[in-house]
Design a protein around this ligand. Sequence first.
Ligand SMILES: [Zn+2]
Length: 399
Amino acid sequence: MYILVSENFIAGLTTAPQPEGRLYGEYLPGEDVARFWEETTRPAQALGWWRQGHEPEWPEGAGEPEEGQFLALILGQEITFYRREQGRWQPQPHEVMNLYTDFGSRQQGLFDLKLLAGKRVAIVGLGSGGSLVAAQLAKAGVGHFELFDFDRLGSGNISRHLCGLRDLGRLKVAAVKDALENTNPFVEVNTYPYDITRHLSEVEIILAGCDLVVGAADSEVAKGEINRLAVRLRKPAVYGAVYDMGYGGDIFRYQPPAGACYACFKESTRDIFQDAPRAEVLDYGKIAPQPALEMDVTIIGSLVARVVLAELLAGDPLSQLERLPANWVIWGNRPWEGWIFDEPLQSRFVEISRDPTCPVCQHDLFIQEKLGLAPDEAARQAAALLASLENKRPPEPAS
Ligand SMILES: [Zn+2]
């Protein structure tokens, strides 16, 4: 018999106003383990009773104790467990854990855990890439998530997704939320099971409260909207992509206010992808609905998470994570003749410059160039045009 109990669970019983009560926990008979902790996301079972006292006495009114039931005695700040075996109360050893102090213990000294626990990250798209990034960030200690995805988990997703067979048919946002809560006892997760392109004003309000946005959607339309919002709100954004067949992938980082945005990046890398692996079917930005090994996708997802962490910790003097030397990292899993990598597992850093005529981050210059008007004047003329159209609207039919 192995009993695991959390400090907070014990504190809950030692400070309870009543002297006894039902004992809730989880018992796994096949492994002969009982677990008692307040943060469990599984439905707790009534495993017996707890009471204040010295002697293992079953509470009056609890009926006859059954074989296998538990009794927890509370004396001061201490807890002692007993189990009913062959008609007698047998004392059982237990181990105390503290989820909250133990959680960050393996990352002590790498960065300021408290700083990371206060950060809020939005992730748009929870396919194999986005779900993995979410999990890595939660494990590192990021405290708050805003998750967007309208899709459900299908059987084709399982081989490369964070979630498994037990989550088939579930909304990806709900399944990933459960997975994050299963790894980080502090985490707070909000979920939005919709297409962001249809809820832009709501998404803008949510992103305004975030420290960073991860663009892991598999549609370029969605990525374009994320970019527009990130630029307008001046939020850092990180985009990951896996190339066809998992030959490699890349990570692009937008740093406001002066960095090249995702639209600049798309424009200036258009030619580079002419010779990319199977360029004719390469759908830039797709986190691999095409065949790709999970391990090839995982590397890119881990790199995205790493770039995100380095950005979140940019103001932390303790951080051991270096920011990337450039805003675009290309990673090659396997070589591809005639393309940039001739050996496996190589990387390149490239600094993408701002496109001086970018319609997103150089909006004013773009207007000036395309219309030959100052932005204020263009806006005034547009408003006047709209107003004149408004006046010409046909009258509402009388009801
Ligand atoms: Zn731009």
